[in-house]
Ligand binder design. Structure first.
Ligand SMILES: [Zn+2]
Ligand SMILES: [Zn+2]
Length: 60
């Protein structure tokens, strides 16, 4: 798995970018827990979608 790749998400209509150690830790949109460490983030302005990798892929 490479950082900077873009992934389709079941939960967001935009492609997500895998990020490591987000500084301002928004809550995961799926489980509501703070995203620290590795997460998937939507870079579309105004979207602010962030999800844990394991939450995003748990249903696939
Ligand atoms: Zn989005
Ligand atoms: Zn989560």
């Amino acid at each position: 798995m490479k950082f900077g790749n873009r992934f389709k998400s079941y939960y967001d209509k935009h492609p997500l970018t895998i990020v490591k150690n987000i500084w301002n830790c928004p809550p995961c949109k799926v489980c509501g827990e703070v995203c620290n460490g590795q997460a998937l983030e939507c870079k579309e302005s105004g979207c602010n979608f962030t999800v844990h990798c394991y939450c995003n892929w748990s249903l696939e």
